[in-house]
Write a protein that binds this ligand. Structure first.
Ligand SMILES: [Zn+2]
Length: 292
């Protein structure tokens, strides 16, 4: 099944529902980063959460999620845009913890103390910046808590990554349902009731259910229309020019020091692990073009 997302809206009131499948892109990112199982589950949930949140934006807009907790994973960064391009990484991909209650111990890896920062680039001069404390470190609850606290929008989020004993991820995806004002209490009760009856998201995917049929179950008894369906993909937007800008941001002193001591630099893109080599000549050129 291709990676894709579906967006629906209720006919009455303003309930938005999103559901996606991200199995392929989560597999790809975990392979790129050499992520161990627990780190892979955490990254997969965060990438899926980013994909869901970005599709609430408008054309041309993008967002970044930054989970910084007191767990061994240290930090997860995800960037996603409305068009469905997603990339991300974890600071320490070698984290692997014993399962807790038969599930990945993502909270143990991320940590239960820390913050989630959401940065939105809506095309305005100023970036939107929302920060909340981590709720559980399980990712889905933290995103739901962010919407409740920072945007005052009641939101339900479920994210899942299912890994086979062979370490292949056979299912990944999630849903997000939110009620924009003015809200209808009866409809919210109905949605909560419908969501409570659902098996886990990966269980539904593994049973062959597509995002469309999962949304149908979530909206059972509520009429809705499908607004959109589009593909999601893991795409890194790094380039040599962007990496050069990172070198420039180090400052003249540090760059001159690097040239003197190492004579070269291999800069790795954190999002896709691609290595950009810079020899002495290239570094000296960057230095000479920098403002004093
Ligand atoms: Zn890259």
């Amino acid at each position: 099944m291709k990676n894709y997302i579906v967006r629906v809206i209720s006919d009455q009131a303003n309930v938005i529902g999103l559901a996606c499948v991200t199995t392929g892109l989560v597999n790809e990112s975990c392979r790129l980063h050499g992520a161990y199982p627990t780190a892979c589950a955490a990254l997969g949930r965060a990438l899926t959460g980013g994909a869901l949140m970005a599709s609430l934006l408008k054309m041309g807009q993008r967002l970044a999620l930054k989970f910084e907790g007191n767990g061994p994973l240290k930090k997860i960064i995800v960037e996603a845009d409305y068009e469905g391009n997603i990339r991300g990484f974890v600071a320490v991909p070698e984290v692997d913890l014993p399962p807790r209650n038969g599930k990945f111990d993502v909270a143990g890896a991320v940590g239960t103390e820390g913050v989630l920062t959401v940065i939105k680039d809506t095309g305005r001069k100023e970036l939107y910046n929302g920060v909340v404390r981590l709720r559980t470190g399980e990712i889905a609850e933290d995103i739901a808590f962010y919407f409740a606290e920072s945007e005052q929008i009641p939101t339900a989020v479920a994210l899942g990554v299912y890994m086979e004993p062979s370490l292949e991820i056979s299912a990944a995806g999630g849903f997000l349902v939110q009620s924009l004002p003015p809200s209808d209490e009866n409809m919210i009760d109905r949605l909560i009731d419908n969501i409570r009856r659902l098996p886990s998201y990966t269980q539904m995917l593994r049973a062959g259910q597509a995002p469309e049929s999962i949304l149908n179950a979530i909206f059972s008894g509520i009429s809705y229309v499908t607004l959109e369906r589009h593909e999601l993909c893991y795409l890194c937007t790094c380039s040599r020019e962007r990496i050069e800008r990172v070198l420039v941001s180090l400052g003249r002193e540090e760059l001159a020091d690097m040239i003197a001591k190492q004579g070269r630099a291999d800069v790795t893109c954190e999002f896709c692990r691609r290595i950009y080599p810079f020899n002495r000549q290239a570094l000296e050129k960057i230095l000479s073009e920098m403002h004093a």
